[in-house]
Structure formats: C-alpha cells, structure tokens
Design a protein around this ligand. Sequence first.
Ligand SMILES: [Zn+2]
Length: 82
Amino acid sequence: MLLPHATQGALKRYSLGFLNGEDQDLIEEHLLICDDCRRALSLVDYCILQMRQTLSEAEFQEQANAIRHGHILMFKPASPAN
Ligand SMILES: [Zn+2]
C-alpha cells in the first residue's frame, strides 16, 4: 500500500505550530511511520530556525502568516512503486 507523504506546506505549518486537531493528529501519526517525512521535517525545522534568526520579528511573522494562510495541501499523492 502506498502512503501519501506530508507536503512541504503542511510540514511548515506543523513546525510553526499552526496545525491542530485532526490535521495535527494526521501529521503526527504519519511521522511515526515515515522516515522520509521525518527527514523532511528536520529540514523544514532548520529552515524555519534560520528564517527566525535572519529576519526581524515583523518579517518573520509576515512569512509565518503567509505560510499559515496559504492554501496548502496536507498530503501529496504517493509515487507509484518502482
Ligand atoms: Zn511520508
């Protein structure tokens, strides 16, 4: 069975603490079983940390709000098996 992976947008929103309820549960359940998405989340966490350290607080909040309010797919279609 193919598992859909979390999208970059969903991982960004998760990392920024913008997901809650069912959306957060879905991501967390998937992260428990998917090495690829855990690695992707590590990269997202690092990028957001860099963004926080590089931008002013106002600029960071602007970027975070853009991520929060973007129309972002939670999961991307799984790739066909090789
Ligand atoms: Zn995944």
